[in-house]
Design a protein around this ligand. Sequence first.
Ligand code: SAM
Length: 286
Amino acid sequence: MDNLCNISVINELFSRHGFSFSKNLGQNFLVNPAICPKIAKEGIPDESYGVLEIGPGIGVLTNELAKRAKKVTAIEIDKRLLGILDETLAEYDNVNIINDDILKLDVNKLITEEFSGMPVCVCANLPYYITSPIIMSLLERRLPITSITVMVQKEAAVRLCAKMGSRECGAVSFAVNYFSTPKLLFNVSKGSFMPAPKVDSAVIRLDVKDKLPLKEENERFLFNIVKAAFSQRRKTLANPVSQALNIPKADVIDALEKIGAPSTARAEQLSFEQFISLSDKLNNKK
Ligand code: SAM
């Protein structure tokens, strides 16, 4: 069904299926017809791809994905939407809707079962209350996916895509930069949604890295350093890092000097590469 951004079509579907919005599930549906084709175009490299969608809602983005991909599998937690999706996606034989919670699913198993032999990407207008947990769990699980193209709140987009050393960067930006190359694609005004949220949104794409900087067994140590460093981002990082890792502060200062950073460095002053080198130097002192 193509006219899913039309308010009277949406209202008619809702009244026939007895649906009303759930605020707790982050249900802000897209009603600006220009946005979904753009997300699908930016998110799907070519038509050989399988697409994993999270939260199809009434299927407005799913329609655009189904036109451009080999297969779309969409995970929707709200079973009240299943009857609507049956209707709005009836014309496609390459769409599978699964009623589940994305955070509880074994996504690796799902990808193997749903997308055998296909390259896979993720596209979604994410429920805002769990943006970071969804993105981090997709990245940390090292899934066989090439990219994640998602709509998130604008502030979250800036934070997720921030470069190390910038004012906006934090532990989550480090993790995103570790697993992927992030790009802020375009902004979307709050008036593009029904109901309209309080803030504007943005679409970002994370191109997943083939090769990661560290071996998996050394990652926990690195991420502990980053988390501790940003826990007091306006203060020098030597104290929280030495406490979190149980390493003498003098050793942290020595390692900071060895990576070319001042002994009083704050987390937001270190580059991505300097965090990796710091982890390397401190790992040798354990
Ligand atoms: N894709 C639709 C659109 O763009 O209009 C809906 C997007 S809406 C922001 C988020 C969707 O995610 C809703 O349909 C909501 O029910 C669903 N959702 C919320 N939490 C979820 C979860 N844990 N797992 C799967 N879907 C979820």
